[in-house]
Every structure is written in C-alpha cells, then in structure tokens.
Design a protein around this ligand. Sequence first.
Ligand code: DGI
Ligand code: FE
Ligand code: FE
Ligand code: FE
Length: 187
Amino acid sequence: MERHEALEIVQKQLTDHRYQHTLGVMETAIALAKQYGADEKKAELAAIFHDYAKFRPKEEMKRIILEQNMPNDLLLHNTELWHAPVGAYLVQTEVGINDEAILNAIRYHTSGRSDMTLLEKIIYIADYIEPGRIFPGVEEVRELAKHDLDEALIQALKNTIQFLLKKNQPIYPTTIETYNALMMKKK
Ligand code: DGI
Ligand code: FE
Ligand code: FE
Ligand code: FE
C-alpha cells in the first residue's frame, strides 16, 4: 500500500493532533529503519497505522478484546492499553494489511513484549521520540536511540514505569516483562 493511500485512510480515524503525531512517528520510524537496517516500507506502514484504533469507543474495544480472545488482563488495566492490540486487529480486518510483522509492531507498540523484533522496537521508540513529543526525559531517549536501540528502549520503559508509579497507577505485567527481558539480555 502506498504512503498517500495509507495516510488518507488513517487520517479519517484520528484527530488532527494525533494525525500530526502519526506523521512524526512515520518520519522517525523510517529514519530508524534506515539506520538499523529494518524494512523501511514495513516501518512506514506500521507507524502510519500504529494509533489507528486510538479513538474507537471503549465498548467496541472491549467487545473486540473479548471476542478475539485477546489477553483478558487488558480489561483490568488502563483503557489506554487497549488501542494497540485492537488496532492490530482492525488494521487487518478493515484496512486489509496481513503482514504479521507490521501487525505485531502495532499490537505491541504500547506495552512492548519480551523478545521484541527490530521493527517492534523501532515503532515503540519512534512513538516515544517523534519530534512532537516534549515530555521530561524524551531528549535522553532521543540521544540513546542514535547509538543503541535497546538502551533507548530500556530508558523509555523506565520513564513510563516511573511516570505510572508517580501517578499511583498499576503497571501492566507485559510492560514489566519487556523491561526485565531487556535488562537480563544486557551484557
Ligand atoms: O498512543 P500514544 O499516546 O501515542 O502512546 P502509547 O500507545 O505508548 O500509549 C501511552 C499511554 O499508555 C500512556 O498514557 C501510558 C499508558 N501506558 C503504557 N504502558 C502502561 C500504560 N498504562 C498503564 N496503566 N500500565 C502500563 O503498563
Ligand atoms: Fe498508541
Ligand atoms: Fe502513538
Ligand atoms: Fe550522540
């Protein structure tokens, strides 16, 4: 699928602010794919569609999680986590993208997972550091991403976990698993 066609499809699903974020993720993901030797076309499409389900009604997302036998513990956690796996499902069924590597990059872009692929890491990091992001700690992750994707990912996960702790929010187990897997692989 061509970039302009994909952008036209996703724009209808998003607010203008979220669409601008998506364009930032796309540019960042393509640059990271070039640098780290991932498939640039897959990075482009995964980035364009990563937040496809962001504005779906909660009831619809909940129904899809149950009907498609997605991990049930999602329903116990922040609804912000839902748009990633539901997005992967809707991008397949509504947009017709069947590439598992792309769908997994969308599916795991919020929580990560253990043993993430290069493409999954790129989308996770690009979502975190695209030029429109301005939160504390983002500059450090941008800097790390220039040299070491795993170190960037670890720092992004640390920031996210710390942010959630500060807000007295529960941490989704997969987020912790992602962090642990990366820490234990470090030499
Ligand atoms: O969709 P975006 O805003 O571009 O970014 P995202 O898909 O990474 O979603 C980030 C949101 O998800 C953010 O508000 C924090 C939340 N989040 C990420 N990991 C966890 C989490 N929330 C909880 N409760 N637990 C997590 O482990
Ligand atoms: Fe997202
Ligand atoms: Fe995003
Ligand atoms: Fe540097």
